[in-house]
Design a protein around this ligand. Structure first.
Ligand SMILES: NC(=O)c1ccc[n+]([C@@H]2O[C@H](COP(=O)([O-])OP(=O)(O)OC[C@H]3O[C@@H](n4cnc5c(N)ncnc54)[C@H](OP(=O)(O)O)[C@@H]3O)[C@@H](O)[C@H]2O)c1
Length: 342
């Protein structure tokens, strides 16, 4: 078998079409993965709408992947055909997720632990990677909270803020702050997610319906006497960034999902994240992340985002991306099953 189905973005700002394309060829150091589940991310609709990141068309998008090892590349140790794995893809044909097979460097692939299924595994890579790189990695790429993923590091007594706790990224930021031992984990989210976010580790939920984003800093400072030195802006618009900047103390840091977030130059550091283990400056950290992550999930310390399963395999992606673009996906990850493509 040399052909497979893929969802192609035909041209810049063009339409998605289902096509038959060659299965990516396996290279040394890689795993060929039969994709069982692929999750959707906001960046997928943004690339179609705005034409960025992707260098050539037609393009295949999708970077949250879970599936079975189909073939093991030369020089790879520790994986066998049939292993259940999850990984972050990239926006090139050979490594993308909106297709039935992909190839990923084995050093940034994890084995799916027994306590989660393919769909749950597919919710983790992109959002967890972005939160981990930006919070843990050394400056300038991250906030430097734990560059070696040393699980004994503790920030006991300190507070942290997550603006947009119900986003996929926000959910992992909350869990990372809990893992790092932060004493107060304050988040801003809709009331309907309060109990769930508390189950992940949030200690205080400032409710979006009751508190305007401009008042978040004031409310957060009433929750804790300790200075807030770190905030995670999982929403990324200017209002949410301003709220994070206002909430952190002098010398504090704001990790922002928006690639164009600007530093205010007022003694507080705002930096943009680029959440990809494939990106050369993050590669070494990516290796550590993928060695550490499966056990954290198996031990229940990192819990996958809740899943909404979409029908029709790869054909279900277009409607899913439209729903994300319209802002009507709340607190769940949309997941498709490429092998079910009609
Ligand atoms: N730079 C990077 O490397 C990187 C990586 C991953 C994601 N991102 C970006 O991060 C952003 C979030 O992505 P995601 O996948 O985590 O999001 P998502 O799960 O699709 O976000 C949906 C959630 O956003 C919440 N939300 C929307 N506006 C909000 C606001 N003003 N305040 C609080 N919550 C708000 C909604 O909450 P309610 O339902 O409660 O209203 C909803 O639950 C996107 O812009 C994405 O492109 C960047």
């Amino acid at each position: 078998m040399s052909q497979q189905k893929a969802l192609l973005l035909e041209k810049a700002k063009g339409s998605f079409v289902l096509s038959d394309v060659p299965i990516p060829k396996l290279g040394p150091g890689q795993l060929s993965i039969k994709i069982i589940a692929a999750a959707l991310n906001p960046v997928d609709w943004k690339i179609q709408a705005w034409d960025f990141i992707v260098k050539s068309y037609p393009a295949i998008l999708g970077t949250d992947i879970a599936g079975d090892v189909e073939e093991v590349g030369e020089g790879v140790e520790g994986f066998s055909k049939g292993d259940k794995v999850f990984a972050q893809g990239f926006f090139v044909h050979e490594m993308a997720g909106f297709q039935q097979y992909t190839t990923i460097p084995a050093d940034i692939v994890g084995k799916i632990p027994f306590n989660i299924d393919y769909a749950q595994a597919a919710t983790i890579p992109v959002a967890f990677t972005a939160a981990s790189i930006s919070l843990l990695r050394a400056q300038p790429e991250g906030a430097g909270l734990n560059p070696t993923f040393d699980l004994s590091v503790s920030y006991a007594g300190q507070p942290a803020l997550v603006l947009g706790g119900s986003t996929s990224g926000g959910q992992y930021a909350i869990q990372l702050f809990k893992l790092l031992g932060f004493s107060s984990i304050i988040t801003y989210a809709s009331a309907r997610h309060t109990e769930y976010l508390k189950s992940l580790g949030a200690t205080h939920v400032i409710e979006r319906g009751e508190v305007p984003v401009a008042n978040v800093a004031e409310v957060a400072r009433k929750i804790t006497d300790a200075p807030i030195k770190i905030a995670y802006n999982a929403v990324g618009d200017s209002d949410s960034r301003a709220a994070c900047v206002a909430a952190v103390a002098e010398g504090g840091q704001v990790a922002d999902v928006n690639p164009e977030a600007e530093d205010p130059g007022n003694g507080k550091r705002v930096f943009s994240m680029f959440g990809s283990s494939h990106h050369p400056p993050h590669r070494e950290f990516g290796r550590i992340l993928w060695k550490t992550l499966p056990k954290l999930v198996q031990d229940g310390l990192i819990v996958p985002t809740r899943v909404e399963k979409l029908p029709n395999g790869l054909a279900g992606i277009v409607e899913g991306l439209e729903r994300m673009k319209a802002g009507s996906v709340s607190g769940v990850k949309l997941v498709v099953f490429p092998q079910e493509t009609p």
